[in-house]
Design a protein around this ligand. Structure first.
Ligand SMILES: O=C[C@H](O)COP(=O)(O)O
Length: 213
C-alpha cells in the first residue's frame, strides 16, 4: 500500500462500502462521490457485477481511490487488480489469499478481529488492517484494547458503523478511515436514489468538520 493512498484515506476518513447489482450504476455513483468530495469506494465482490463496476468507475473517474471488498480468493484479487482496483480488502485473514497478493504485487488489507490475527498480519509486513465486524466484535472498546500493543498497526474499522458512532472510531489515533455501507446502500443504488446518497455524504462532511483528530 503506498503511503499516498493511506494519506488520502486518512484525509477522507470514511469509505463507502458498495454492493452493486447493475455495473452501469457505478458511473452515476462515481460522479456523485467525486462531485461531493468523497472520491473513494470499496466495491464488494458480493455480486457478479463487481468487476465490471470497478472497471467502469476506474475508467470514468481515474482520480477516485478504488478498492475491491469481500475479496475471498486469489482469483478475485487478480480480477480486481485487472479491473483497476488500487488494493483489495478481505473480511478475514485468509493466509492463501494474503500470500498470493504479497507474491503478486497486489496490495491487500486483510480483516482481523483478534490479537493473534494482528500478529500474523504484522509478521507478513501488513500494517493496515480491517477491523471487522467492528461493532459485533466489541466496537470502539475492543479496538482500543486491540490496537494498544501494536503501535505499528493501523486500522480500518468496518461493520455496524454509521453516522452515530463513526466519530468514536475516528478518535482512535490508529484508525485511518472507517468503512460503511450506510452511505450508499444496495437498496438506494438499486433505486438510483441519488438524493439520499448525496445527503449521507453531506452529513458526513458536516460531522467531520467538527471532528478533531
Ligand atoms: O465489509 C463490509 C461490511 O459488511 C459493511 O458493513 P456495514 O453494512 O455494517 O456497514
Amino acid at each position: 500500500m503506498t503511503q499516498s493512498i493511506v494519506d488520502t484515506l486518512s484525509s477522507l476518513k470514511v469509505i463507502p462500502v458498495i454492493q452493486i447489482n447493475r455495473a452501469e450504476d457505478a458511473i452515476w455513483l462515481g460522479e456523485i462521490l467525486t462531485q461531493n468530495q468523497l472520491p473513494v469506494a470499496e466495491i464488494t465482490f458480493r455480486t457478479p457485477a463487481a468487476a465490471k463496476a470497478i472497471k467502469l468507475m476506474h475508467e470514468h473517474f481515474p482520480e477516485l481511490i478504488l478498492c475491491a471488498g469481500t475479496v475471498l480468493t486469489a482469483q478475485q484479487a487478480d480480477i480486481a487488480k485487472e479491473a483497476g482496483a488500487s488494493f483489495v480488502i478481505s473480511p478475514g485473514y485468509n493466509p492463501s489469499t494474503v500470500d498470493y497478493c504479497l507474491n503478486n504485487g497486489i496490495d491487500i488489507v486483510p480483516g482481523i478481529n483478534n490479537p493473534s490475527q494482528v500478529e500474523v498480519a504484522l509478521e507478513k509486513g501488513l500494517t493496515l488492517l480491517k477491523f471487522f465486524p467492528a461493532e459485533a466484535s466489541g466496537g470502539v472498546k475492543m479496538l482500543k484494547a486491540l490496537a494498544s500493543p501494536y503501535t505499528q498497526a493501523q486500522f480500518m474499522p468496518t461493520g455496524g458503523i454509521s453516522l452515530n458512532n463513526v466519530s468514536d472510531y475516528l478518535a482512535i489515533p490508529q484508525v485511518v478511515a472507517c468503512g460503511g455501507s450506510w452511505i450508499a446502500t444496495a437498496d438506494t443504488i438499486d433505486k438510483q436514489d441519488k438524493e439520499t446518497i448525496v445527503n449521507h455524504i453531506q452529513n458526513i462532511h458536516s460531522l467531520l468538520k467538527t471532528h478533531k483528530g
